[in-house]
Design a protein around this ligand. Sequence first.
Ligand code: CP
Length: 324
Amino acid sequence: MKQFISVHDAGNINALVEKALMYKANPLQDIMLGANKRIGLLFLNPSLRTRLSTQVAATNLGMEAIVFNVDKEGWALEFEEGAIMSGNTVEHIKDAAPVLGSYFDILCIRTFPSLKNREDDYSELYITQFIKYCGVPVISLESATLHPLQSLTDVITIKECLNNSPLGDGGKPKIVLTWAPHVKPLPQCVANSFAQWINAWGEAEFIITHPEDYELKEEFTKGATITHNQDEALKNADFVYVKNWSTYKDYGKIYENDPEWMLTEEKLTLTNNAKVMHCLPVRRNVELSDEVLDSANSIVIQQAANRVWAAQAVISEILKTPIP
Ligand code: CP
C-alpha cells in the first residue's frame, strides 16, 4: 500500500479487515515492524479518536508518533499554485510538505472542507497538494470529502458483529445510513466515505435515507437504494448508521433540522433489533436519543475502539510496501 486516501487504496477489503482483527487479538505482534521509523500526524482541525487511535496504532508497531496541530502551532499554509502570498498565509505547501517529508517515514493529515464552495472542496486541493510535495506515503486522517480510516473501522465493526452473531438465513445484512438532525452544517465526508466503502465491500443490502436536498455525491452512493422515507428504510435493518451532513446542491447548509429524523427507541422497533452506529462525536438528544445511545443496540464505543486496529492495519501495510 503506497498511500491511504480512499477505498481505492485498500486493495482487498476483507483481507484488510482480517488484518485489523488479527491486531485486535494480538496488538504487539509486529512491534519491530516500525522500529526506528517515525510517523507525523498533522491536524488542521480538532480530533479526539483519529488523533489518539492513530498514535496508539503506530506505537503498537514500534514507531515514534509525533503530533503537530498545524492550525494552532504552525505557520498559516498556502495551497494555491502560483499564489501571490501578500495576505494571511505565511508558508506555501510546496515548501512545508517536503520539509515535513524529510522528518518522517509516513505522514498523516486531517483537513476539513470549507463548506462554502462545493467544487473547491470536492477538488481535494489540500490533501492532493500535500501528497504531491511531501515525497513520503500519506494517510488521510479525514479529507474534505472522505474519511477512509473511519470507514474501514465501520466495516471492521460490522464484520466483527456478524462473526459473533451471524444472520439467521445466512443472507446479506441490511445496512441503513440515515441522515440525522444537527445544530450546524457538517461535512459530507463520513457519509460519502461510508457509502463508498459499503458499496465497494459489496456484501450488504445498502439503503441511504435523508430529507430532500441532502444528497451525497453519486460517485460514492451509486449502488445504494436512496429514499426520503426513513421509516420505510429502517424496516428490518440489521445495522443503522446515524450521521448528519449538510446540503449538497445548495452547498454546505442545513435547512431541515426536523427532530423527527432523530433515531429513537420507537423507530428502532422497525428494525431487526439493529446495531446502531455513529462515528462520534455525537450530539445527544439531537442526532441520537440517550435511550438509543445507552442501549444494548448501540455499538458506538466498540466502533470508536476499533479505530486503533484500522489504523494499525493500514500503517502496517504501508510499512511493508518497499519504497521505490
Ligand atoms: N470519528 C472521528 O473522526 O472522531 P474525531 O473527530 O474525534 O477524530
